[in-house]
Design a protein around this ligand. Structure first.
Ligand code: ZN
Ligand code: ZN
Length: 147
């Protein structure tokens, strides 16, 4: 077990996260794409206490496929997405791992919402893929953590 550092683009939000995460996903869902400005989001699923954040986060109240609230938290100064808290994932936080100071050293365990992905994005992916969110959502993380 070790610690990695990360933060937003402007540096007003910083964090440490315990490694390894419970699981790592590439999420192609529309909301992750829109929020990240990228074709997919690198999402680390971690126990909420394993992600220690300093600085002020702004919150956008989103809604998941489950109909339950999803809190998308980002730096209000520069807009970098940092953390997502979903009611469907109690006790867990989603770290937007593209904000780590170094690129994620942990490869993805699975890809989500591949129904939304462009054809070229899933070619050659060696991880498990789900067309949408498996139910319950924890089913996907169980793939990697053995729980
Ligand atoms: Zn910032
Ligand atoms: Zn997503």
């Amino acid at each position: 077990m070790s610690i990695l550092n990360g933060g937003c683009l402007c540096g007003s939000v910083r964090y440490t996260v315990v490694v390894p995460p419970k699981s790592v996903s590439l999420c192609h869902c529309l909301n992750c794409r829109k929020q990240s400005g990228s074709n997919r989001s690198m999402n680390w699923l971690v126990p909420v206490d394993d992600l220690m954040i300093t600085g002020e986060l702004s919150t956008y109240r989103d809604t998941g496929d489950s109909g339950k609230p999803v809190l998308r938290q980002f730096c209000g100064q520069c807009g970098s997405p940092i953390r997502t808290l979903a009611e469907a994932l109690p006790g867990l936080a989603v770290l937007k791992a593209g904000t780590l100071d170094e690129a994620s050293p942990v490869p993805p365990n699975y890809a989500l919402y591949t129904v939304r992905a462009a054809f070229w994005e899933t070619q050659g992916l060696s991880c498990a893929t789900f067309e949408r969110m498996p139910t319950p959502p924890s089913a996907a993380s169980a793939l990697s953590s053995g729980e």
